[in-house]
Each structure stands twice: as structure tokens, then as C-alpha cells.
Design a protein around this ligand. Sequence first.
Ligand SMILES: *Cc1c(COP(=O)(O)O)cnc(C)c1O
Length: 232
Amino acid sequence: MSRRAELAAGLAAVRERVAGACAEAGRDVDEVTLVVVTKFFPASDVCLLADLGVTDVGENRHQEAQAKAEECADLGLRWHFIGGLQSNKAAAVAAYSSVVESVDRAKLVGPLARGAAGREQPMDVLLQVSLDPPGREGRAGVDPDDLGALASRVEQEQDLRLRGLMAVAPLGEDPATAFARLAEVRAAFVAEHPAATWLSAGMSGDLEHAVRLGATHVRIGSAVLGSRPTGK
Ligand SMILES: *Cc1c(COP(=O)(O)O)cnc(C)c1O
């Protein structure tokens, strides 16, 4: 099978899963954007995906993302940065990203705004919220109690547009439970920030749970592209 055919098959399977989850949840399939996570895979795959109708791609490491965004600049893709951010790289990340999903502390906001300055459209920002129990050494993300202050900081920047929340289900917990908690956090957040309705949640292993609990964006890597070369 050609690489194109492999990717087409992966995409078709994922789109079918998203459609099935939407149908079950009584949601319109257009409410869920598929972000294909291309980390560790070559720019040639990104080209094939664009040709297969993918509009949104996700990357989690700055150098790799920057190189691919440059190589694929003519494809009209929206690049989502979904990885851990260093403040000294944030401005550079903003230069090629349409969406930065992993904003989890105030220190990133100034550099992101600087990097996004001068565009026609502000850069879309999601706040990454931690779903780990308090005190647990876990994945990145802001504590739900601190979301309000971080949101206010983003809203001070005219080159940034606060769009909503992003989360990763913690390892070792049923994603249904974690995403149910996320749905509560999100409801409270949207009550305070009515325009920030995006919710990026759901990966290859748990997208159905995320769609059921209101995700507007799912970030899918291995189910489309296959296992990552390094197993990361
Ligand atoms: C790698 C990654 C994904 C995609 O994971 P898969 O399990 O391959 O679908 C989604 N979100 C984040 C934040 C990631 O780093």
C-alpha cells in the first residue's frame, strides 16, 4: 500500500469514529474539527494529508514544527502548537502557529503576543487545563482554580484571541471520568468567557469520550499516521 493510501485509510477510519461519536451524542459532525498530529512524521506526510483534505495539523516541538511549517507554507494549513512551551521560544512559535493550545502560565502570554503582532487576525489561544488531582506530579496544565487569572491576562492582548480550553486525559485514569471533570470546568469557564467555546480534548485512544463530553477539536496522531517512530 502506498503511503497516501495508508493515510487515506487512517483518516477515513478516524472520520468514521468521529461521525459515530457525534451521532451517538446527538451532535453535528461539523462541530468537531480534526487536528491531525504529525509530530515525528515527515513533511511529506503533511503534504499528503493536506491533499487528502486535512486543514489542521498539530505539532508539539518547536524546531520540528517550525521546519515543517516552513516546508509546507504553501498548503494553507492551520498549525496548532500543542506541546510544552518555553517562554524564550514562545514568540517564535507564534510566528507560524494559527492556534497555540498549550498556554498554561502567564509568563508565556507577553512573548506569544509579541510573536503574533502585526497579523491581520489575532492568534487563537487555548488554555491547557490540568486534569490531574491537585498535588500530583503529572502532565502540563494550569490548575482549574487559576484559569480565570490566566484568561484575563490573555484577554489583555489584542493580538491574541482567547478561544477556550485544551486538556489531556491523565495517564492511569478512565478518560470518561477525566473528561466529565473537564466538562464541568469548561461549563464554568464558558459562563465567564462566553466567546471561548473551543474545547480541544481527545486523542487516538479516547476521542469518543471527548466528543461525547463536548470536544470541538480532537487531536489525533497514531490512528491516522501509525505508530510514531520513537514510540513517543
Ligand atoms: C501526541 C499528542 C496527541 C496525539 O496522540 P495520539 O495518541 O497519537 O493520537 C494529542 N495531543 C497531544 C498533546 C499530543 O502530544
